[in-house]
Design a protein around this ligand. Structure first.
Ligand SMILES: *[C@@H]1O[C@H](CO)[C@@H](O)[C@H](O)[C@H]1NC(C)=O
Ligand SMILES: *[C@@H]1O[C@H](CO)[C@@H](O)[C@H](O)[C@H]1NC(C)=O
Ligand SMILES: *[C@@H]1O[C@H](CO)[C@@H](O)[C@H](O)[C@H]1NC(C)=O
Length: 148
């Protein structure tokens, strides 16, 4: 533990000497934890309990950039932990969305085999922590809705 700490401090000191501005901004960036449940349905569903969408690929898309992607588990639950980033919360909320790229027909054959589910993002204000000058914020989908 002690050696891990001093090793980390050494790395921090080295990084700070080599690239003061950029490295410190990265280390002290914001951490966003995005989680939720993907519904197996076309109509908007805020609180999803069933039916859920297992094994679905979900992307965190900001403009045309895909920042992260993951797959929902067998309960339709996914979690994306965004590494410390210089992006601020308001930018994430205004420019990013969750996009499910796996067709709905995979969780229910009666549903379309084209189109996507997508949702904007919402921050849980009670889970806002200050962390080394950055913040750790829990983010959830507002509402997954079908787009043809
Ligand atoms: C997402 O995270 C929040 C806060 O930690 C938690 O209350 C909620 O149950 C989680 N939702 C899912 C679907 O895991
Ligand atoms: C999800 O994927 C796993 C591994 O590929 C597979 O074993 C499982 O049957 C899949 N579950 C569903 C509900 O599609
Ligand atoms: C599959 O989708 C159809 C059409 O929306 C719906 O009527 C049916 O209940 C769904 N089946 C399951 C198992 O959710």
């Amino acid at each position: 533990m002690a050696s891990t700490t001093s090793c980390l401090l050494l790395v921090l000191a080295t990084v700070a000497v080599l690239a003061p501005g950029a490295a410190v901004a990265q280390l002290l960036g914001n951490i966003f934890s995005i989680n939720g449940t993907i519904p197996c349905r076309m109509d908007p569903a805020t609180l999803v309990t069933s039916p859920v969408f297992p094994n679905a690929t979900v992307l965190l898309q900001c403009g045309t950039d895909v920042l992260a992607s993951t797959t929902s588990n067998r309960d339709g639950v996914f979690n994306i932990l965004l590494n410390p980033t210089a992006m601020v919360l308001s930018t994430l909320l205004s420019s990013c969305k969750l996009v499910v790229t796996t067709p709905l027909s995979l969780c229910n054959a009666s549903l379309p085999s084209s189109g996507i589910l997508q949702s904007t993002l919402n921050a849980l204000p009670s889970n806002l922590f200050s962390l080394l000058g950055g913040v750790l914020v829990n983010i959830v989908p507002t509402n997954f809705a079908y787009r043809p």
